[in-house]
Design a protein around this ligand. Structure first.
Ligand SMILES: Nc1ncnc2c1ncn2[C@@H]1O[C@H](COP(=O)(O)OP(=O)(O)OP(=O)(O)O)[C@@H](O)[C@H]1O
Ligand SMILES: [Mg+2]
Length: 244
């Protein structure tokens, strides 16, 4: 369970985020949409502990986030893979930090990669992978430590439509088995509907949540074909047009 309590952040004199509050249940996901530059990445940084808020606090299972922790996995906007490490080492890194022995971490990393459809690439370097493969390695790395919370910053942004759709459902599939709560930032309203049990629209300067939508069809693989989803997308579009 994640709680954001009146989070605020300024860079210099500029207040970027103000009074961001929400809760996310233990088996839920939250999709965040908002205009470019409004502070979505900054919000994920605050939730991850990588950046400290100026005001308010984030709590995971009631414990304040005081700094980066292996309990919280974050996938950065540019995947954040280490170019000088192999695919297998990139995925196993979080396990190494946790003191898991070499054999076990290789085994778990390989298993996680296979779950995401990457096999036989253990010794490759990120530069030799396609964008979609790199994104899957980044997701494998985030899941392998069995975190309590996942934060994803536009994880599928650079993919073609079909690969993107496939990976969205791969993520949903892995999530169904693990039920790790996640927060996902996206610029695509359709992606927000596929991956968000709730969808938060942010706007303003400083930015804050302006509306949160419930998405009862979340988890349905055919959600984009349903009347319900069509309605939700229409409401989302209307809100976005009004507030951005
Ligand atoms: N380290 C920093 N120092 C100063 N200003 C920053 C810093 N990081 C971000 N900003 C500014 O804070 C604002 C919010 O940035 P942020 O990256 O959080 O936006 P975003 O919503 O993720 O945008 P995008 O959708 O383009 O990724 C921007 O105006 C940005 O220029
Ligand atoms: Mg961003």
């Amino acid at each position: 369970m994640l709680t954001a309590e009146s989070l605020g952040k300024s860079y210099g004199d500029e207040c970027v985020l103000s009074d961001v509050s929400f809760t996310l249940g233990g088996e839920e996901s939250l999709a965040i949409v908002g205009p470019s530059g409004c502070g979505k990445t900054t919000l994920l940084y605050l939730l991850s502990g990588l950046v400290r808020p100026d005001r308010g606090r984030a709590l995971v299972n009631g414990v304040p986030v005081a700094g980066p922790s292996p309990d919280i996995s974050i996938i950065l906007q540019d995947y954040g893979l280490l170019p000088w490490r192999t695919v297998l080492d990139n995925v196993a890194l979080g396990l190494k930090v946790r003191g898991v022995g070499r054999r076990e971490r290789s085994e778990r990393a390989r298993q996680q990669l296979a779950e995401l459809g990457i096999t036989g690439r253990d010794a490759d370097y990120p530069a030799n992978l396609s964008g979609g493969e790199q994104q899957r390695v980044a997701i494998a790395r985030a899941f392998v430590t069995r975190p309590r919370l996942m934060l994803l910053d536009e994880p599928f942004s650079s993919l073609d439509a079909l690969t993107r759709e496939r990976l969205q459902f791969t993520l949903l599939d892995v999530w169904k088995r693990r039920k790790v709560p996640f927060v996902l930032v996206t610029h695509s309203l359709e992606e927000a509907v596929v991956l968000g049990k709730r969808i938060m629209v942010m706007s303003g300067r400083p930015a804050r949540p302006v509306k949160v939508f419930d998405n009862p069809g979340f988890g349905n693989e055919c959600i984009l074909d349903t009347e319900e989803c069509f309605d939700l997308l229409r409401q989302l579009r209307r809100t976005v047009e009004e507030v951005w």
